[in-house]
Design a protein around this ligand. Structure first.
Ligand code: KG4
Ligand code: ZN
Length: 340
């Protein structure tokens, strides 16, 4: 089959993104981040939808232009249709429906989390199923077995907060800006991870589930006991100790799941895949058990349209198409198939 050229559109949260890929090669990946939310310390849904409306056309045009691809040359269009903010998702979905209706180019709705999984298949493409995928984003913390493309068996999930959410909440209580993950990652490099022992969520449990609310509360309790001066002096130490506990849970469960299910390849997906300690430690631990770990390139870890285009390519190649009745599903689950 000829190499397919796909346009991807992503508007599920606070990034307006458009990308063009040819096979697994990224020709362009334009991301307009929304600074509108900074003063609120989190994403404001109504502001997000309005910003997507303003940005979608210039971002789409820039993606085609940078890729040097004309609209007529596209073999398909992929758009995120869930999970995410409903108003934000609808901007992308309706934009793509209009494009498809006016040109006859087929389009496909893509699950945002499936997009994160497929960020591992961008660029030089050594990874092939079967594999174990650790999905770690702002809204998800899951261990998923992928024995063949587009088929998912969830073997572990968070019972409360997602790990990215824990990074963001801990950053907020430490007075750091949103999103907190990159800030904590940076500060932790200067800190002592053994300054205090924070609890590893479900650390003793045999299940592959995760829990992050206890860790967040432990950090809060610790910080409340400190004076303002102590808080300032130990900021990097608190970040390092929190990050150590958060990452230890991910590593222990992932390695154990890979060995239990006899999978030798591990792929990590989602914004927290950018975390430097996770990248370093998981590789180190995996080596001991002769497991191979794959991380997406840093620029494809957080929300972007290239990963949506890559997941869309996989679906289009397998014969999936969406109809003009496609709508947004804010709580879409990984592997949940919608017929429209
Ligand atoms: O996948 P993503 O871009 O959006 C969702 O689909 O949720 O993930 C965003 C999350 C945020 O919680 C952010 O704090 C976290 O990923 N994150 C990080 C790092 N970079 C982004 N967490 C820890 N370390 C990082 N370097
Ligand atoms: Zn995401």
């Amino acid at each position: 089959m000829n190499i397919m050229t796909i346009l991807g559109i992503e508007t599920s949260c606070d990034e307006t993104s458009a990308a063009v890929i040819s096979g697994s090669q990224v020709l362009s990946n334009i991301i307009a981040s929304q600074s509108e939310h900074l003063q609120f310390g989190g994403v404001v849904p109504e502001l997000a939808s309005r910003a997507h409306l303003r940005k979608i056309i210039p971002v789409y045009r820039a993606a085609l232009q940078q890729a040097e691809i004309a609209l007529e040359q596209l073999d398909g269009i992929a758009v995120t249709f869930g999970p995410g903010l409903v108003g934000a998702l609808l901007v992308g979905v309706n934009f793509v429906k209009g494009l498809s209706l006016s040109t006859g180019i087929p389009f496909i709705g893509v699950n945002h989390i499936e997009g994160h999984v497929y960020s591992n298949f961008l660029g030089d493409n050594r990874l092939k199923p079967p594999l174990l995928c650790l999905i770690v984003s702002g809204g998800h913390t899951q261990l998923v077995i992928i024995r063949e493309h587009l088929h998912y068996r969830v073997v572990g999930s968070t019972r409360d907060d997602a790990v990215g959410e824990a990074f963001d909440k801990v950053a907020k209580l430490l007075g750091l800006p949103y999103p907190g993950g990159p800030e904590i990652d940076k500060l932790a490099r200067e800190g002592n991870p053994d300054y205090v022992q924070f609890p590893v969520g479900l650390g003793k449990s045999k299940s592959f589930d995760f829990s992050y609310s206890g860790l967040k509360t432990a950090v809060l309790n610790h910080v409340q006991k400190l004076t303002d001066t102590e808080r300032k002096t130990h900021l990097a130490d608190i970040c390092a100790a929190f990050q150590k506990a958060a990452v230890t849970a991910l590593i222990d469960k992932t390695i154990r799941a890979a060995r239990t299910y006899q999978l030798t390849q591990i792929a990590v997906a989602g914004g927290v895949a950018a975390n430097s300690l996770l990248r370093e430690m998981l590789k180190q631990h995996a080596r001991k058990y002769h497991l191979t770990v794959y991380f997406p390139e840093l620029r494809y870890c957080t929300d972007n349209a290239a990963m949506i285009a890559r997941a869309g390519l996989q679906r289009l190649k397998s014969g999936f198409r969406s109809a003009l009745t496609l709508t947004a599903y804010p709580s879409l689950q990984l592997g949940e198939e919608k017929t429209d």
